[in-house]
Design a protein around this ligand. Structure first.
Ligand SMILES: [Zn+2]
Ligand SMILES: [Zn+2]
Ligand SMILES: [Zn+2]
Ligand SMILES: [Zn+2]
Ligand SMILES: [Zn+2]
Ligand SMILES: [Zn+2]
Ligand SMILES: [Zn+2]
Length: 1766
């Protein structure tokens, strides 16, 4: 109470102040004052608490608002508080003063546009310095980059456009708008010097005072007091209970608590919660201290149970008011400095000036340090100010950067402790500072930034084991959360390293190496972390934690690569880094061999000393970052040739190769053992680690480096020693060192033998990799692009792939580039996508020979897929199917000795052993892949030898002599023949058929090498080469012959296939026609037969024309209709008295044809559907998959489905893809979603040609007699019981018309039951009511779905330019046919009087009847619906006629004529209002004249309501086009009703349509003749139509006027460029929460509305449930069905009802023919018209519900989504 009163008082006093206050005078007074700050503070102290936060509504955190209260505050602030400041600053009227400032300003070229959430940003992949350099849409469109390869993403908010920043772009840094003017020579000039001196002085003092004021208040932490000088003159007892945001409590918790604590409605609570979330705080109560304190304690109590309580503070209103004003003042400052770069610089100066407490006490510093204590709204506003000021001024940006770096550690720690997202933290500004290379360099040198970041990071990872390694398994949830936040530091590290220096200073070298030291400390903490020990016996009890370590590894991957990149750019740094890394490694190794027993190994005449260590028994870790960094640096030494140029500076001699390889080797052995199944009991965590070790995200700095390290070690060791150590670590040494050991194993244990086999395979593979992997620059003599190309070749060798798949398979660098684009086109050709699917890259055939089966990045699955694909390809080309290794690139000198591995004795012994085992066909002693690997190794060696021979020439110099060595007999332990001899004997072994090609390849190779050697040594080179040449030609011939044969076989095969498919096609075609035509032909022939025999006079009609309606119609014979039940497979004839057959069907509401989506859904209880408005705003559509069942079979099936569902629901909750309780089921054959069945009914009979056909006049006469008789009978029934009033003059019913007659139901009980089933389903779906068989509207809804479905199909045929007949798919044809026939019989299921009443009312709309009230006006009726209803309801009236002399067909024809004339009038009334008259020749034919006549008649009745039209030609054109859809629908209707074959002209789309249509409908082709010939009868009708008051009202704009023809509805037009949509959506604000950005803007594809989806703010209640904006929208726009585009996700969303929905691929594709669902890749997207048309067609065909059904059936997770909340 008190508050409200106070409010009123202050307001009135304020009003008085308003009038008397002068900003100018106040400013003048201030100017004279000696202490400006004191004056200003006094003013603020007096006014701020009186203007701001004076009532319960205040206390928000700022932000736009629209309430009157807020507007008043805003105005008062401007006039009383800010205006004097502006006057003071400018010394004149503010507006012109600021304009003048702006005019003389020379703006910096920086764009600096700050991004809104969801706004599109663009980055050029060719020119951006790094991926954080982005452009806003305006700058991008005006830049050179739009022609380059660019990436488009949506901004997460914050950050600004980098246009104009020369450091951010390699080229073209300016867009058109921001290109600096050429005249601007002195860009370095101080902008302050361009301002008048007095202005500078005033600005300086005002900015100092105001900025200090703001900083004081934002960092103020006393809720009940104010800083000195600001105490309010009169202090009231008014407080706010302020609720603060945290990220711990959920929306629901906060809402619930608020409702309890402050007694508000749920709506208010939601609004509070939303504001708290957005602004960071919100007052939830206003009043005296006690009152607020009470609310506070309830909130705290309620939220403290599970976690720390919500933060609530009771604050004095004056404190809140000053804080609010401080925010407004900050925004004001941000605005003012936009006018002048000079002012901006002054503000920067003020902000960074050291305060009284020393260097670090500047105002900006105070803000930064208190950042984590401020609420979100305050942070946002001052961050914005920093971006507008300090970050826009290049000089001060640098000073700010230094301050930022000095505070770095503290800010980061604050951030880690805080719980707000990073975008709300000052630390997020690091991206703006560190990504500027010059700044980053400067900070690194001056502020030790690299070291600081790494140290800060390491400090936050507390838990270590005894060796000082990280221990993540001891982290609590809270610590894990912090670990998540700490990772942002790695991001900062990445920013400063992302561009490597082009020039090094000594300082930089020093500081970088300091940083590297810190980095090595970090890596040392990782080396060996999470060690594993093999579990034997029992399975592990708990999966150990492994993800944190891998997260760390993954995050650091790019950093490690970047560090190497930096090292690589300077030789001195590289050498020093190598030293440091090596010493770090030896520290890690300290004590490695300790405790291990030394052993000595001997094999093939060599021996080596090592120690006993078994991976399978001792600890092993997968994390070896120090080793791996050293491996990387070693490769760089080789690549930069530093090693060969400065060998004396390198500690290469200190290296102990066995130690270098030890740890990586263990890791690789671990992988092999896991593959061999030895670690099964260690659970999934190990499997996952091994997976990531090889995964593309980690492998560059894990697996790849381990292989490199083995290469490093092997290149420095005796190859025999190396191999023996490898054998020993693989625990395979004994197998190759003694023959019987192996035998013993084999006999002992089958599992163990298998394990050993796998281990041997893995070991051989490893050797292949160590010798063969040379595509790393430094190891082999290759370029980086060769490496990428090889990856691509091997991916595409598996199968053709889409661009995104390839990108995913390649490692990305720190710039998110894979290097794919520059090489892809050289190795692959692109195949465009169709309407579905995506574009694919296919390997060009010439690259197939580069395929390496043992490519190190293949998984086993990839390998076997690739092998299969490659063999198939070679077989198809008629080539040798052997897959020999490709010719490898040469090794770099440092790695040159690697090749000796291939020819060393130990390897030869291993090869010999495996070949020897392979001699025995049986037993598990060896495997095919083992042999294959050995053959591969042999082939590699031969290729090596051949390469050397070719390159060097003279064989004496060739050191590689594998071909000699393999011909030597084997040595112990297997004293068998030589490798060569073994190969020769294996060549023809029957059990080695698969390897035959490879063995022959090897043997031929050996021959070739020998001949080469001989040729080069002996002088008779010529003859040898000739012999070889001869041999080659023989071989070539051989090959050619084989190829020819293969080709012939292929041709033959193709021919046979073609023949077969031709036959098949033929068969189907013939039968299709047979099936389609048989019925109709049969009918036609029988009807002609009867016609000719009965009545010769009518034969001329049947011969010349097909007619579907009226007494002359043909067809409808009682041909037998045989159908098969899909459930029991029995055949059944369709008969009225037989067993009922039904068609599965789906009935749904539809707005596809709607011309008015704003018309709300009708109230189901009171809605009368008897007259459809021409707007067609809501229809009922029926579709069917065309599958037929016995009614009884279907019932049994449906009951089973119900039972199953009931059981399922007992077991687990949740939804099904279909709603059984709503009658939904899936068709048992095709699983098509259905919710009812249509009973099949027999065809109507042939018309009885003997009955008379009355004229229209006579028919009208007799019909009105019938109607009158019905009227009186109905009256009698109503009044009858009550009182027998005196009999009125009863109209005499026509002769033979028996009013009380009850017609016999023509159907069997089972059919009757099905008739009721379908009728009630349409009723239930159409009106959304519970079934009620007694409701009079039941038959109307059946007729409605019949009429509506025909109309939709007619539209579909027009839109797809198909002929009216003969083009419908079978299922639609069957559906329409049974639907129509069913509709004509549905009256039998309801009381006859109901349909009589309907008929009377319907007829009254055409022939006005005084006894019927409220007939609609002719403009408010859809004539086709009227025709269908009238024709179908008449059947019941006709059944009363017992004379047999009146045919029902006559009535149909007359009704058609009558409705057609009414439609003509309707078309004319509605079409002319806005047409332009084009005078044609006056004469004209009959049709034009008659059109004019009719129009004149209408004008006569309606006068000036109709405009004057003089052109008959135009009227006629109007009529024809307007009435055509109606005629087409009518033709479809009567065609199905009467089963009459259509005329040939309507089977094709073409110009003859009109005439054929008219004659088919028994209408004159000049429709006006209908009116002309029955002038006397129709004239009065037309008069009465026109005199309906509704007509005049509608024509004068008082109602909805629909023009004919109605255009087909289309989905909205979408822009070609997707970013246009994103941009639109980014400026879209939530309509409910004042000006907030919507998080999930979603576009309705039907009407184009943008919605704020998936958000609390826009939930509404629909039918008693809270639903999201999309679902709510579907109820008004699509009768429960919706198509949307989720703009941020680039995803199409289909929704049906509240529980069903699915996602659908969007119609936007990138240049590679792929969609980007989720907008993750960022390639530019363009509209694919065909795909959009496909979606549109789906919508028009009413197929959306079915697509959802299928999607949900296929993917059960879709069922679980809460679609109604979208
Ligand atoms: Zn821009
Ligand atoms: Zn620009
Ligand atoms: Zn570019
Ligand atoms: Zn059956
Ligand atoms: Zn089906
Ligand atoms: Zn819509
Ligand atoms: Zn919203």
């Amino acid at each position: 109470m008190a508050a409200a009163q106070l409010d009123r008082e202050t307001q009135s006093s304020l009003c008085a102040e308003f009038l008397n206050f002068s900003a100018k005078d106040t400013a003048a007074r201030w100017l004279e004052a000696s202490d400006l700050q004191q004056e200003v503070y006094q003013h603020l102290a007096a006014y701020v608490p009186r203007i701001l936060c004076v009532g319960p509504g205040g206390g928000g955190g700022g932000g736009g608002g629209g309430s009157r209260e807020e507007q008043r505050e805003e105005l008062a602030c401007q006039l009383l508080l800010l205006a004097p400041l502006e006057w003071l600053l400018l010394g004149e009227e503010p507006a012109p003063g600021l304009a003048l400032l702006q005019e003389s300003n020379q703006p910096s070229p920086l764009c600096g546009h700050v991004f809104k959430v969801g706004e599109p940003t663009y980055s050029c992949r060719e020119c951006a310095a790094d991926p954080t350099c982005v452009l806003c849409m305006q700058c991008f469109l005006g830049s050179a980059h739009k022609e380059h390869r660019y990436r488009m993403t949506t901004s997460g908010g914050g950050g600004f456009c980098d246009c104009g920043d020369a450091e951010a772009w390699k080229k073209s840094p300016y867009c058109q708008k921001h290109t600096p003017a050429a005249s601007r020579g002195d860009s370095e000039a101080d902008p302050v010097s361009q301002l008048p001196a007095d202005l500078v002085g005033r600005a300086y003092s005002i900015f100092s005072i105001m900025l200090k004021y703001c900083v004081d208040l934002l960092t103020w932490d006393q809720p009940d007091q104010l800083p000195a000088g600001l105490e309010p003159p009169d202090r009231a007892d008014t407080y706010y209970c302020m609720l603060f945001n945290d990220e711990v409590h959920t929306y629901e918790q906060v809402i619930y608590t608020l409702q309890k604590a402050v007694n508000c409605s749920q709506k208010e609570a939601v609004s509070f919660a939303t504001t708290v979330d957005r602004d960071g705080r919100k007052s939830v109560r206003f009043g005296d201290f006690q009152f607020c304190e009470q609310a506070k304690s309830i909130i705290v109590r309620n939220t403290s149970r599970q976690s720390k309580p919500l933060r609530v503070e009771v604050m004095h209103s004056s404190v809140v008011a000053h804080q609010c004003f401080a925010l407004k003042a900050l925004s004001w400052l941000a605005q003012i400095i936009q006018y002048s770069d000079g002012l901006r610089r002054i503000l920067c100066q003020v902000g960074l000036e050291a305060g009284p407490e020393g260097d670090d006490s500047s105002l900006v510093n105070r803000l930064m340090i208190n950042d984590s204590k401020m609420w979100k709204g305050a942070r946002n506003i001052y961050h914005q100010l920093l971006m507008n000021s300090l970050l826009m001024d290049l000089r001060y940006k640098q000073m700010f950067a230094v301050q930022f770096a000095k505070n770095y550690q503290r800010l980061q720690s604050d951030y880690v402790r805080d719980d707000h997202d990073r975008e709300f933290s000052i630390t997020d500004l690091s991206v703006q500072i560190f990504t500027v290379p010059s700044l980053a360099r400067m900070l690194m040198v001056q502020e030790d930034l690299m070291k600081t970041i790494i140290r800060t990071f390491v400090d936050h990872l507390r838990h270590r084991d005894l060796q000082g390694r990280f221990q993540f398994d001891r982290y609590t949830a809270q610590q894990a959360f912090k670990f998540g936040r700490v990772q942002s530091l790695i991001g900062d590290l990445k920013y400063i390293l992302i561009s490597r220096p082009s020039e090094w200073s000594d300082q930089l070298r020093l500081k970088f190496l300091d940083g590297l030291d810190a980095f090595l400390e970090l890596l040392k903490c990782m080396q060996g972390m999470d060690p594993v020990v093999r579990q034997v016996g029992q399975h592990i009890e708990m999966e150990p934690e492994w993800e944190a370590a891998f997260t760390l590894q993954m995050k650091l991957t790019h950093i490690i690569s970047m560090v190497q990149d930096w090292c690589c750019s300077d030789e001195r740094v590289l050498i020093e880094a190598y030293r440091k890394c090596l010493s770090a490694l030896s520290q890690c190794h300290g004590g490695l061999p300790d405790g291990e027993q030394p052993i000595s190994l001997g094999l093939a005449g060599h021996s080596v000393d090592t120690f006993r260590y078994q991976v399978s028994q001792d600890k092993v870790s997968i994390h070896l970052p120090v080793c791996r960094l050293l491996a990387g640096l070693h490769v760089l030494l080789s690549r930069t040739e530093v090693a060969s140029r400065f060998p004396e500076q390198l500690p290469l001699g200190e290296l102990s190769p066995p130690l270098l390889i030890e740890l990586p080797l263990r890791c690789l052995v671990l992988c092999a053992q896991v593959h061999a199944g030895m670690w099964r009991r260690n659970g999934f965590s190990l499997i996952n680690q091994i997976y990531y070790y090889h995964n593309v995200k980690c492998r560059v700095e894990m697996f790849d480096k381990d292989v490199s390290m083995l290469q490093v070690g092997a290149s420095m060791m005796d190859p025999n020693h190396f191999l023996m150590i490898v054998l020993s670590r693989f625990e395979l040494f004994h197998i190759f060192s003694s023959a019987d050991c192996r035998k013993r194993y084999r006999e002992a244990n089958k599992d163990l033998a298998q394990q050993n086999n796998t281990l041997i395979e893995e070991m051989l593979h490893l050797i292949i990799m160590v010798v063969g992997e040379r595509y790393l620059p430094g190891v082999g003599q290759v370029e980086p692009c060769d490496e990428v190309r090889r990856e691509i070749i091997h991916q595409l060798s598996i199968r053709p792939m889409a661009h995104s798949e390839l990108v995913k398979a390649l490692p990305e660098n720190g710039n998110k580039e894979t290097g794919l684009e520059p090489v892809i086109d050289s190795v692959a050709s692109f195949r465009k996508p169709g309407v579905t699917g995506r574009g694919l890259y296919e390997l060009r055939p010439e690259w197939n020979r580069h395929f390496n089966l043992y490519f190190h990045h293949y998984s086993r699955a990839d390998q076997s897929k690739a092998e299969e694909a490659q063999r198939k390809l070679r077989r198809q080309n008629g080539e040798d199917t052997a897959l020999p290794p490709p010719i490898p690139p040469s090794l770099s000198p440092l790695f040159g000795s690697l090749i000796n591995l291939l020819q060393c004795d130990v390897l030869l012994a291993v090869e010999g052993a495996v070949l020897q085992w392979a001699m025995e066909p049986s037993g598990g002693g060896w495997t095919e892949s083992m042999l294959q690997r050995v053959l591969h190794l042999v082939a590699m060696a031969l290729l090596e030898e051949q390469q050397q021979l070719e390159n060097i020439g003279a064989s004496e110099d060739v050191t590689f002599s594998y071909s000699f060595k393999i011909s030597r007999p084997g040595e112990a332990p297997s004293p068998t023949g030589s490798v060569l001899a073994l190969l020769e004997s294996l060549q023809n072994a029957p059990h080695l058929e698969v390897h035959k090609d490879m063995i022959s390849w090897i043997l031929k190779m050996v021959v070739k090498i020998r001949t080469t050697r001989e040729r080069t040594t002996s002088s008779s080179a010529v003859s040898v080469s000739q012999a070889q040449g001869a041999e080659e030609t023989v071989r070539d011939k051989d090959k050619a012959e084989r190829k020819r044969k293969a080709e012939m076989a292929r041709l033959r095969r193709e021919k046979i296939m073609a023949q077969m498919s031709e036959m098949q096609k033929h068969f189907i075609n013939e039968n299709k026609e047979l099936f389609q035509q048989s019925l109709e032909e049969l009918e036609a022939s029988t009807s002609t037969a009867t016609a000719t025999s009965d009545d010769s006079s009518s034969s001329e009609f049947t011969c010349t024309s097909q007619v579907c309606v009226g007494p002359r119609r043909v067809g409808g014979a009682d041909s037998r209709q045989l159908v098969t039940c899909i459930l029991c497979q029995e055949e059944q004839e369709v008969r009225g008295h037989g067993r009922a057959m039904v068609l599965a069907a789906f009935v749904q509401r539809s707005t596809v044809l709607s011309k008015n989506r704003r018309r709300g859904l009708p109230d189901p209880e009171h809605y009368n559907p008897l007259f459809m408005h021409p707007e067609l705003s809501l229809g009922i559509h029926t579709a069917s998959c065309g599958h037929i069942m016995h009614a009884s079979c279907w019932q049994r099936y449906f009951e089973a489905v119900q039972l199953k569902e009931r059981r399922r629901q007992q077991r687990l909750r949740g939804h099904n893809s279909y709603d059984v309780y709503n009658g939904e089921f899936l068709c048992p054959l095709c699983e098509c979603l259905s919710n009812t069945v249509i009973p099949l009914l027999p065809h109507t009979h042939c018309p009885d040609r003997s009955v008379e056909h009355p004229t229209l006049e006579a028919w009208l006469e007799s019909t009105s007699q019938q109607v009158a008789a019905l009227h009186s009978s109905h009256r009698k029934q109503c009044e009858g019981a009550a009182e027998e009033a005196e009999p009125r003059a009863e109209p005499e019913p026509p002769e033979g018309f028996m009013v009380d007659f009850t017609p016999q139901n023509p159907f069997s009980s089972s059919i009757k039951e099905m008739v009721t089933t379908f009728s009630t389903s349409t009723y239930k779906v159409g009106l959304k009511l519970l079934p009620n068989e007694q409701d009079a509207r039941v038959p109307v809804l059946v007729w409605a779905t019949c009429a509506y479905t025909i109309q939709t199909i007619e539209r579909l045929l027009v839109d797809e330019e198909k002929p009216l007949f003969g083009s419908l798919p079978c299922r639609q044809n069957d559906c329409l046919s049974s639907l129509t026939r069913f509709s004509s019989a549905c009256w039998t299921a309801v009381p006859v009087t109901t349909t009589h009443t309907h008929f009377i009312k319907l007829l009254a709309a055409l022939v006005p009847d005084s006894q019927v009230e409220e007939s609609p006006c002719i403009l408010d009726v859809d004539m086709f619906h009227l025709l269908v209803y009238a024709v179908l309801s008449y059947s019941s009236v006709h059944s009363l006629d017992q004379t047999g002399r009146r045919g029902i067909d006559s009535t149909h024809l007359h009704l058609l004529h009558l409705v057609t004339v009414a439609h003509l009038v309707q078309v004319l009334l509605s079409s002319t209002s806005a047409e332009v008259c084009m005078e044609q020749d006056g004469g004209g034919c009959g049709e034009e004249e008659l059109s004019c006549q009719l129009y004149c008649t209408l004008r006569k009745h309606l006068g000036s309501a109709l405009p004057e039209v003089t052109s008959g030609w135009q009227l006629q054109r109007c009529i024809r086009s307007g009435v055509l859809p109606f005629l087409r629908c009518a033709a479809l209707f009567f065609h199905y009703l009467n089963s009459s074959a259509p005329p040939a002209d309507l089977l094709v789309a073409g110009p003859a349509q009109w005439e054929a249509l008219c004659s088919y409908l028994s209408l004159p082709s000049n429709l006006l003749q209908l009116y002309q010939s029955q002038h006397t009868v129709l004239e009065p009708l037309i008069h009465r139509w026109c005199s309906h008051p509704g007509v005049r009202q509608v024509l004068q704009g008082g109602g909805a006027l629909v023009r004919f023809p109605r255009e087909s509805n289309r989905l909205i037009e979408l822009p070609e460029d997707y970013s246009v949509l994103i941009n639109q959506a980014s400026s879209f604000t939530c309509p409910r929460s004042g000006g907030d950005k919507s998080r999930a803007p979603t576009l309705c594809l039907v009407c184009g509305s943008l919605l704020c989806s998936q958000s609390y703010c826009c939930q509404t209640e629909v039918e008693g449930e809270d639903v999201g904006a999309c679902t709510a929208h579907t109820f008004t726009c699509g009768a429960g069905l919706g198509l949307f585009l989720r703009v941020r996700e680039s995803q199409v969303l289909f929704v049906a009802g509240k529980t069903k929905g699915c996602f659908y691929p969007p119609p936007y594709l990138d240049d590679y023919g792929e969609t980007d669902q989720g907008l993750k890749r960022g390639n530019p997207l363009h509209l694919c018209v065909q795909r959009y048309q496909k979606i549109e067609r789906l919508w028009r065909q009413h197929g959306i519900a079915e697509v959802i059904g299928h999607a949900q059936e296929a993917n059960q997770t879709l069922v679980a989504i809460d679609w109604q909340h979208l």
